[in-house]
Design a protein around this ligand. Structure first.
Ligand code: DON
Length: 591
């Protein structure tokens, strides 16, 4: 967020950061650029997109829970207080790095219903039927969040299920006070939610009027559902009355979910993707996410250039990032898919030699052309809003957890299963609805990501943990659809290459390229006018894009200092948390 001086502010009070620091005789290390200072914690840190969920996570840590316990409690709490993305009716990923340095990954993403078919989103003429993969019950994949959180708790948590669900049950049953940030999320999808009677009954006043600041959002059905999970675990969700109600809601609404989808649902514990970037070990999401693979492919390419010398936001750094993104995204869109269904060429995509080959193909003087990279068997037409959430947690022992989970679009498919209080996802749109046709995020994808029964759609979610010399260094991730990958990448580079502290790193304006459409998207102020002119002169199509939700809401933690310089100089204690200034309801909480 950029702060402009108030127009009436007396001129003499407009001091530069450096002048102000001198005036207050602060050491220069305490002066921050455009961002507030990161939040400090000695023993633990919880960073989420909703302040009430951050409070829940912190309480669990203080009560002796570990980072996984806190992550589970936060996952349930966000389903209550952050309905735009927090969920029981969606899915996601959890990257865990334990204090002993070992790491693992839980995949609890949605799976395609067992009776789904490759062409289910096309009309009689073979074209995508508008809205079919994004709105209503046909867009819904079998949800994984509850089983994911339960498996995390059973395998890596230490507190009881009841203890971890209690805060969410309370928030749903007793309600919580809505503030302007909460209301803005509902308002954005107002007419969408009004269409579904069960959703309307929850997110609007009894007469259908919008809530006002200070109103309480009470979710009794959701409280009952959470209580049932608290008592009966994942089984209560997947095999009992809850699944029955969701299946009934789906049938009534023209969906195809059956009880077999719920009975067959299983979480996958997978090896995370790992790569080394100049001595930093990146641990991130493997397929069915493209996130970790593509972050690593881009980093492998960029490792060959002195980015810190070229500088953040320079034309040289920007064009190298754009070219690395272009090459990595075409690999993503053409090759990757659910690992149980397709052979993912990870070895090649993660190979340093392959990255060197890509560097060799980058023209130093002219913009690359995406259509030149189109794979021979790939149908691609040029292309052209949404919600997911990421949270990062570290505990006193040094266990770290990064979770990104989602309903896909904001409030998902916009439907609630009657009697459950559960908002359902529209994750099916992440599949290739038709090769060559862009999805909600403009991604043009191929056959590897076609709909098949029981398959997960390819994701971009990238819960990432970075270590250095065997020590935990950074926990990071973001929502933002296909931009999750480049948001997470830029947050890492901002810290390790450009010297930003963790708050500056998640706040700094960003750029994005995803092969197709062949455009460099820039957030306002990401590039100076003359930088932009240099890039345009090289042939880049640079577009300013102020569509803020799509630029994500990163949540990061740095260990042992606010910035790399502090870590390298410092005593190595403490956690420094930062919620993206774009996340108006979020908070970093440390203790
Ligand atoms: O899994 C994915 O890649 C998408 N469903 C994520 C959606 C998302 O980040 C929406 N948030 N802005």
């Amino acid at each position: 967020m950029l702060h402009h001086p108030h127009p009436e502010e007396p001129r003499r009070l407009r001091l530069s950061g450096a002048a102000l620091a001198a005036l207050l005789s602060l050491p220069l290390g305490s002066a921050f650029a455009a961002s507030p200072a990161p939040v400090e914690g000695r023993k633990g840190m919880v960073v989420t997109a909703h302040h009430l969920a951050s409070d829940v996570g912190l309480d669990i840590l203080k009560a002796g829970g570990n980072a996984v316990d806190a992550a589970v409690a936060v996952g349930y709490a966000l389903a209550v207080v952050y309905p735009t993305a927090g969920n029981l009716g969606g899915g996601g990923f959890m990257t865990i790095r334990l204090a002993d340095g070992s790491s693992t990954f839980l995949d609890f993403r949605e799976r395609a219903p067992l009776v789904s078919t490759k062409d289910m989103y096309l009309d009689e003429t073979g074209e995508p039927a508008p809205g079919r993969s994004t709105e209503g019950w046909l867009a819904v994949g079998t949800p994984g969040s509850v089983m994911g959180l339960e498996e995390a708790r059973e395998k890596y948590g230490s507190l009881s299920r009841e203890a971890l669900l209690a805060p969410a049950v309370k928030l749903a049953r007793e309600g919580f006070t809505l503030n302007a940030a909460d209301l803005a999320m509902i308002e954005e999808v107002d007419s969408y939610l009004q269409r579904d009677p069960a959703a309307k009954a929850i997110f609007f006043r009894a007469g259908g009027e919008p809530f006002a600041p200070g109103d309480k959002l009470i979710q009794t059905d959701l409280a009952d559902t959470l209580q049932a999970i608290s008592e009966g675990g994942a089984e209560a969700f997947y095999q009992g009355p809850i699944a029955d109600k969701i299946v009934a809601g789906s049938r009534a609404g023209g969906g195809i979910l059956t009880s077999a989808d719920f009975k067959n649902y299983a979480v996958r514990e997978l090896e995370p993707v790992r790569c080394d970037y100049r001595g930093y070990e990146i641990v991130s999401s493997p397929p069915p996410s493209s996130g970790g693979v593509i972050i690593c492919e881009i980093l492998n390419v960029l490792e060959g250039y002195p980015l810190s010398y070229f500088g953040q936001g320079s034309a040289e750094t920007t064009r190298l990032m754009v070219e690395a993104m272009r090459h990595a995204f075409v690999d993503r869109n053409a090759n990757l898919g659910d690992p149980d269904f397709v052979e993912n060429p990870l070895e090649r995509m993660l190979d340093k030699g392959y990255a060197a080959e890509i560097r060799g193909r980058i023209d130093p003087y002219r913009a690359g052309v995406s259509s030149d990279l189109t794979p021979p068997d790939f149908t691609a037409a040029p292309a052209e809003s949404p919600e997911t959430t990421h949270y990062s947690i570290v505990d006193e022992a040094g266990n770290a957890v990064a979770v990104t989970y989602t309903l896909n679009g904001s409030f998902g498919a916009g439907v609630v299963a009657p009697g459950t209080g559960i908002l359902m996802n529209n994750e099916m749109d992440d599949f290739t609805v038709k090769p060559g046709v862009p999805n909600l995020y403009g991604l043009v994808q191929g056959e590897a990501n076609a709909v098949e029964p029981g398959k997960s759609p390819l994701s971009s979610m990238s819960p990432t943990i970075v270590s250095k010399d065997g020590e935990l260094f950074m926990v990071i991730g973001s929502p933002g659809g296909s931009r999750i990958i480049t948001i997470t990448l830029q947050a890492i580079l901002n810290v390790v290459e450009f010297g930003m502290n963790i708050q500056e790193a998640v706040d700094a304006p960003r750029i994005h390229h995803q092969w197709l459409p062949d455009r460099v998207f820039m957030e306002p102020y990401a590039l100076s006018p003359d930088t932009r002119r240099i890039l345009v002169g090289m042939g880049y199509d640079v577009r300013e894009d102020a569509n803020w939700p799509i630029w994500g809401e990163a949540a990061g933690i740095l260990v042992g200092g606010r910035s790399l310089a502090e870590i390298e100089a410092g005593d190595g204690t403490g956690y420094f948390g930062a919620i993206d200034s774009r996340a108006s309801a979020g908070a970093a909480r440390g203790y």
